[in-house]
Design a protein around this ligand. Sequence first.
Ligand code: FES
Ligand SMILES: [Fe+2]
Length: 429
Amino acid sequence: MTATRVPTGTDLTDPTDLTDLAALVARREPGRPLEGAFYTSPAVFEADVAGVLSRTWLFVATEAELREPGDFLTVEVGSYSVMLVRDDDEVVRAFHNVCRHRGARILAERAGSVGNLVCGYHRWTYATDGALLHAGDQPPGFDKGCFGLRSVHLRLVAGLVFVCLADEPPTDFDELVATVTPYLLPHQLHRTKVAAQVDLVEEANWKLVMENNRECYHCEGGHPELVRTFFPTYGYAADAIPARLRPAHERYLRAEAELEQACEERGMPYRAVEELDDRVSAYRVQREALDGAGESYTLDGRSASRRLLGDLDSPRLGRLSLHTQPNAWFHFLADHAVTFSVLPLAAGRTLVRTTWLVHEDAEEGVDYDVADLTHVWRETNEQDSVFCERAQLGVSSPGYLPGPYSASEYQVDAFTTWYLDRVEEHLAR
Ligand code: FES
Ligand SMILES: [Fe+2]
């Protein structure tokens, strides 16, 4: 254990240049949370956007939100705004939401449908493939071909939409895609529709939101609805289960044995692949059993939608859980999927967008009830929001000193390590 360090005035300085940020990174004690400035400083937030968030693949939407040609979404990350559009050839594309004339934001709405993309300022008009179609009153010789929208890299991963704002995105994303796709395919997300979507703005830094997701140390007392089905032993090594959690662990082992058999019979991958901190496109994927009836995230563990996803023939297939750095987590059940996209807005403000997907043929009020479908994660998100906002208040105080992670918080440590590696890469550029 490292000796407790007495904070000095420099701990609390808002690093205004990269030298200060380098000093902050260098001072980080392994196995401990970050200092407060990482969560509160506008300058660090700018470095996060420039060095981490704009250089990695971000999960921003599901293909189900862009089902028809002309459907669009807008997504904000820091001062970036990105438009996602399905074009007339059914290709989903991403563009900077910035006009090529004098830079006005083109789409103000969060989602909708358009024929063309029209800037409301001087009416420059773009096709859904980004080409400039019309710019009024330009002199002869004006070449529309030079003023198409600036595209943003986009990848579809079995129905999940990722974008990367960098000119040259990290190439190791291909390995992530190759590994996780076989896990995702049975859920056939391209045959889903959005049953519900909730945007929650949390008054907390995006890293606190991610760190909170990467552990279930707080679940037992903090998430009464979630732990009806989510085993609170998550994150504990098998030989380090606390005595009070032994009964839950015994149930977990029995449910896991059943789940593994069900997966083997169906040729569905389920084993954990964990690459959380030693690569840029870092991730974790695993199918694991649920408690209770073992089917879904409901209070009794039974399915929330009678129409199972894809061609699945059993509701009892646990939860396929995927974590991707830096900004997402996902749970794919037999009857629905729920995705979480963390979209940093400012140093102390983060949008968490949660989307529930059901089979495209499932009928609301017949096959599923939205309130039942969303109950557990609505409650869990609200509870997490309170935790994150409390944490933001605490780390903003001059009285904050980082304490040690517990063993079950190893994925928080992995996130932090991953993040600092990206910051160091940024500082070295
Ligand atoms: S800024 Fe968009 S048309 Fe002028
Ligand atoms: Fe939580």
